[in-house]
Ligand binder design. Structure first.
Ligand SMILES: Nc1ncnc2c1ncn2[C@@H]1O[C@H](COP(=O)(O)OP(=O)(O)OP(=O)(O)O)[C@@H](O)[C@H]1O
Ligand SMILES: [Mg+2]
Length: 408
């Protein structure tokens, strides 16, 4: 077949997949924003509704990477704004953001424009505000005033009467501790003023909690809500929801297998479901089988998050690649919070029916373990380890298409 005919085939299959809508049903790379698609979060939704409608209260959602923080935050914010008539201001932080840019949208809503960023030698980047409609000759004077005024009390005073909700996601991307402290101060001031503007901050566990650490008084007005991993039964709900929308059947064993290997991370559930359904749709079939799941793992891994893939490839890049991968699978089936070399050897035997002694394991571990998070596994104490990224055990099991028979 010539290349052009091959491309025709690829396009035909791809068009069929696009038309099915599967790529907007199983969405590993984007957060959920529709409440009916958000599974297993009733308790957290109740808590967010309760606190964000109580005077003087704001909220902080924190949890592991990929656990579903943005999905929960976005869905809750959209629903809260719709149901309580709030204006929603969304801020997705990046490394380039600072105190001024975080509050840019609510400030704009009260006609304060964070429109010039000037370089100041002593303080690094500092934002300069200027009022809307300020004429040119007044501008310089206004800038001078505003340079001084871009402080927490200026911001709190201006945005306090907005009937709105400010969602600050990826809070951990903010680099400057000073900026984080200023944000904490704004929250405290808004609370003191009984502001109608509520703030919802979202971030990865430790970095987000830094916000409250230096501010004991903040804990009274900033409710911390931990976003936990999703239960197997709720991961199965994600799959059932998708299957019914796509009018696909899953063989009974397939959904539990996907849910178990996901270890509470909806990310892996969406990723595997997407790849497995794409294959079935491409072949114009309507039933997803275990064979389809086994076949889809390779493409799921190719499409998985770069940091996981890179870490795995770097860790197994050796002449002993095969052995290292087997050791990693054995480790991935141990207790995820802490395991010993002996535990790995035991699991190794269970899976491969081959002996591996702790002294044989030693040299391999030196390639896999460090005392910080720079290698795939971290040493917690002498002879005790865990994976540096808690999502890694799922990734490894999917990579090795390891779906043992387990009870749910
Ligand atoms: N409650 C849920 N129900 C269904 N799917 C979900 C749920 N939570 C998250 N997801 C799915 O899981 C994936 C990861 O979710 P999300 O992006 O919300 O996680 P996160 O914790 O914000 O990740 P990161 O730490 O990378 O920002 C998303 O693709 C989303 O589609
Ligand atoms: Mg997120």
């Amino acid at each position: 077949m010539d290349t052009s005919s091959i491309l025709d085939n690829i396009q035909e299959t791809n068009d069929r997949i696009i038309k099915s809508g599967v790529r907007s049903i199983f969405t590993p790379h984007i957060p959920i924003i529709k409440v009916d698609w958000l599974k297993g979060r009733n308790k957290e939704l109740r808590s967010l509704f309760e606190h964000l409608t109580t005077p003087g209260q704001h909220a902080l959602l924190f949890g592991e990477r990929g656990v579903g923080k943005s999905s929960l935050a976005e869905t809750a914010s959209i629903e809260l704004s719709k149901r309580y008539g709030l204006t929603l201001f969304k801020k997705q932080c990046s490394r380039l953001d600072n105190f001024a840019t975080i509050f840019e949208k609510p400030l704009k809503a009260v006609n304060v424009d964070v429109n010039t960023i000037s370089e100041s030698k002593s303080t690094g980047l500092s934002a300069v505000l200027s009022g809307f409609g300020v004429s040119k000759d007044k501008q310089t004077q206004k800038e001078g005033e505003n340079k001084l005024s871009l402080n927490p009390s200026f911001v709190a005073e201006h945005i306090s009467d907005l009937k709105g909700l400010l969602l600050i996601d990826e809070f951990d991307a903010i680099q400057s501790t000073e900026d984080k402290e200023k944000i904490a101060e704004v929250i405290k001031l808004l609370s003191d003023r009984n502001s109608t503007l509520r703030i919802l901050i979202v971030g990865i566990a430790d970095s987000a909690r830094e916000l409250t650490m230096g501010h004991p008084s903040l804990t009274r007005c900033l409710r911390e809500i931990k976003v936990r991993r999703i239960l197997i039964k709720d991961l199965i709900e994600i799959l059932k929801n998708g299957a019914s929308r796509l009018k696909l059947n899953f063989d009974p064993v397939v959904m539990p297998k996907i849910a178990i290997v996901s270890s509470g991370y909806p990310y892996f559930t969406h990723l595997l479901a997407l790849k497995v359904c794409e294959d079935v749709i491409a072949e114009e079939r309507t039933t997803v089988t275990m064979r389809d799941l086994l076949n889809a793992t390779e493409r799921a891994i190719e499409n998985s998050e770069e940091s996981l893939l890179t870490m795995f490839i770097e860790s197994t890049n050796s002449t002993h690649k095969d052995k290292l991968e087997r050791i990693l699978l054995a480790a991935a089936t141990c207790n995820e919070f802490r395991f010993s070399g002996y535990d790995i050897c035991k699991k190794y035997y269970d899976i491969y029916k081959e002996d591996l002694t702790t002294s044989q394991l030693g040299p391999y571990l030196s390639k896999l373990v460090s005392t910080d998070n720079s290698k795939i596994m971290r040493r917690l104490s002498k002879g005790i380890y865990r994976f540096s990224d808690p999502r890694m055990p799922s990734f490894i099991k999917i990579h090795k298409a390891y779906f043992p028979d387990e009870e749910i």
